[in-house]
Design a protein around this ligand. Sequence first.
Ligand code: UD1
Ligand code: MG
Length: 459
Amino acid sequence: MAGTHVVVLAAGKGTRMKSSVPKVLHRAAGLSLIEHVLRRAAALSPASIVIVVGHGAQQVEQALARQPGLAFAVQEPQLGTGHALLQAEPILRGARGSVVLLSGDVPLLSPETLVRLLTVHQQSRAAATVVTSALASPDGYGRIVRENGHIAAIVEHKDASPAECGIREINGGIYAFDLEPLFDALRAIGSANAQGEYYLPDLVRIYRSRGLRVETISVDDPREILGVNSRKELADVATILNTQKSDALMAAGVTIIDPATAYIDPDVSVGADTVLHPGVYLEGRTRIGARCEIHSGVRIVDSVVDDGVVINNFCVITDSHVSSGARLGPFTHIRPQSDVGEGAHVGNFVELKKTSLGTGSKANHLAYLGDATIGERVNVGAGTITCNYDGVAKHPTVIEDGAFIGSDTQLIAPVRVGKGAYVAAGSSITDDVPADALAIARGKQVNKEGWATKRKKKL
Ligand code: UD1
Ligand code: MG
């Protein structure tokens, strides 16, 4: 099978992360590092993707279990990047064409660079093509040693002579290889170096000595090949990803008052003329409409917000839908599977769970509405609680159109309040309320005239 194959190296320990989580599973801007890499690899429409796992192999495989078309090769023990690529051989046996080798900890490579790498590699009929970049401070990277302008070898920082340390062109750790000579040549790599590892970059010297062609492409923006080896670098990469997302949204007509503190995941969309205030988190598959105003401290996860919605400070919305013209908050909690209707108002300290609130309905203060279906133009008074849980099962509450629920009402589910009915404030409703009725379910008030004066005399 000829075509383009991708191998992602992800077996290393990531010692400097000081973490029990494998490095490639650390998250930046809403996705794990390896998910960022796989998304970028998709630009190559690869015939196959092999992930070399080792340290935390099970965790990595589990984390990617839902992504189709991935094959895993286990590298155990981890003897270096050359040894790592060799582990993909059984899976790629019989395959022809090119392999693009990516690093699971290098998440910023642009899809354009990947396509350019493959194009240059195939057009020049090279056996290997290396992505390089010139860095002001190349410390820690492998250096590109050139002879007569042509790449001759890559020397790791720890093995470099003082003169080689002065080279600013570095190995990005991203390559394209022709599959034909690859695996035999990998077996020729030795481990006589400062780290006692089988270095993949040694392939360059081996190919040159065998008269095979090695090419380079250079990326102008060195951020593309930024690798994550520490928490500091993780934060740096997250900031870059975040800036890229904010820039794209602003270019599309979104106002972001402080882009540095707007945290917006890659798959989130936001409509034009929406204003995002500082400290907003938009996560997962969230979609925000046009002309919305989202104030500080709001977190929205996997939810759809239609046009013209105002969300005041400190609301949390998860896996729900908010219709156009609705107003939420401050301090509203919308939990999964809720639906806020057009023009509805949900105010401070109101929690919705698996609840739909119809067009124009209001729950403005201090309420818990769970497993409830609430019609249009319903007024839910302050302090209303659906008692939806009996300790064993959850039960539904239905409030029909135009009903009025007085303040401090408990609706003991399962229960239904009919169309246009009134519930008196302070009621504990245990039975259905017919349409158009008034339900009062509270202790009757008794006034004892002169009682206070008598008591004071006694004392
Ligand atoms: C590597 C390159 C260096 C280059 C740099 C760019 C080598 C020897 N050096 O160095 O020239 O400038 O990347 O970022 O390749 N891995 C395995 N198995 C192993 C060892 C590593 O799968 O046995 C994986 C790691 O998980 C990581 C990738 O390979 O995803 C790179 O390994 P890392 O240890 O980060 O290499 P660098 O020292 O960064
Ligand atoms: Mg690295």
